[in-house]
Design a binder for this molecule. Sequence first.
Ligand code: AP5
Length: 217
Amino acid sequence: MRIILLGPPGCGKGTQAKMMVEKFGIPQISTGDILRGAVKEGSPMGKEAKKYMDGGLLVPDEVVVGIVRERLQNKDCASGFILDGFPRTLPQADALTEVLKELQLPLDRVLSLTVDNQALIERLSGRRTCRECGRGYHIKFDPPKKPDFCDACGGSLFQRDDDKEETIRERLTVYENQTAPLIAYYREAGILAVIDGMKKIPEVQKEIDRLLGGGLD
Ligand code: AP5
């Protein structure tokens, strides 16, 4: 099963990807998580990426394409993968098509999650993430049992630097201009399925299950 989760910041890609990892046993490849890891390590690539991420802008295509090209060659991708947050531009999509052709790993589905902007802002500004295990929460829609601490590992929760309202607005504009055209790109390829991401988390999950077992929109 080779899947792309496509959609604006805060639509639920990471939330659904983590549940799919548990259910299907295939890896989640999140370029955002990989880049944040590089920022934390303080590597040269991380330092360069941080300049873009803090402003809500996209990291240059050649950097993220290089990351994904390398990651897809790991053995754990042989039985499938979930791309979360990649591709995000038309050149990235073309590069992915080439890489997957070389590796003989054709995509099965592109799941496009739609959520309106007001809801995205509310979701992102209330998002919290565990510092230890990376599990995501929402202070209103998916709160931890004990405020500020992770249910799974007890780690403390933090708010991402780019989840401030001004940066969120910039990320949404970047999505509209640079990433939304990928919806038509994958519709033309005949592998797009559109999912109403406004529904509750378990309902979206159910819809994904249904689509992965059945037809396309
Ligand atoms: P990245 O980390 O990929 O961020 P994003 O795409 O902006 O997506 P998010 O992680 O913010 O949202 P999500 O859709 O995963 O939502 P989530 O499930 O957490 O990228 C960050 C930055 O890295 C980019 O700005 C860019 O600079 C750089 N970057 C990354 N990839 C790149 C690329 N390919 N090219 C160039 N640059 C790149 O949910 C959000 C919140 O809502 C959570 O609190 C969750 O609990 C809650 N929630 C989820 N689903 C629901 C629901 N159905 N109902 C109510 N609440 C919900």
